[in-house]
Write a protein that binds this ligand. Structure first.
Ligand code: GRF
Length: 212
């Protein structure tokens, strides 16, 4: 699927969105962010999009009488922008099965730990890093994975480790993990842009780079 027309979904500050945009600017990611969608009107990610002239849309299920109506509006928005790939970047809502089905194997999420550890409902943001430290883990990391109908259960595309240091706090660990997130998210997206991903059940196979 060459050239990704990306919708980035984010609930928060948007540093992963920023990293994706910078990778595009540097020519490392063959993609265009055509719309940024947030369930939170105050999300920093919407500001980042507006500052770059990218369509920034606040869309929340609370604005609709039913989940079906929300899904319909959501899919219409994606269609209007001819979105062919979705990147969740700190998006705290679960996508409905209707949306997952419509974009099967074309939705990625980034999680700030090595899944399947420290994932699932309620494990997001600083809660993840607190749990990693409370367990006494010696390593943590980041996972870019395909999105399915549950929280954080889709197969990984890229995982990378970071050490947990003796004097880490949730903040210092989060910062170390975040630098990895910013690097591997664009890298994972580029694998899709180069059509190098084959999904076989739970295994995501990465084909070698094409010559030339
Ligand atoms: C990141 O740590 C991401 O892994 C998690 O939420 C955080 C979002 O950060 N899902 P940002 O909004 O991209 O800065």
């Amino acid at each position: 699927m060459p050239h990704l027309r990306l919708a980035v979904l984010a609930s928060g500050r948007g540093s992963n969105l920023e990293a994706i945009l910078r990778a595009i600017d540097r020519g490392e990611l063959d993609a265009e962010v055509v719309v940024v969608i947030s369930n939170k009107s105050t999300a920093g990610a919407l500001e980042i999009a507006r500052a770059r002239g990218i369509s920034a849309v606040h869309l929340s299920a609370l604005q609709f009488p039913s989940q079906e109506e929300f899904d319909k509006a959501f899919l219409q928005l994606l269609e209007r922008h001819q979105v062919n790939f979705i990147a969740l970047a700190g998006y705290l809502k679960m996508l409905s099965p209707t949306i997952v089905r419509a974009y099967r194997h074309r939705i990625l999420n980034i999680h700030p730990a090595l899944l399947p550890s420290f994932g699932g409902k309620g494990l997001y943001g600083h809660y993840v890093h607190e749990a990693v430290l409370a367990y006494g883990c010696k390593v943590s990391g980041a996972t870019v994975h395909l999105v399915d109908e549950e929280y954080d259960t889709g197969p990984p595309v890229i995982q990378e480790c970071v050490p947990v240091l003796e004097d880490d706090t949730p903040d210092t660990l989060a910062a170390r993990v975040l630098t990895v997130e910013h690097r591997i998210y664009a890298k994972a997206l580029q694998l899709f842009a180069e059509d190098r991903i084959v999904v076989e059940g739970r295994r995501v196979r990465v084909l070698p780079a094409k010559e030339g």
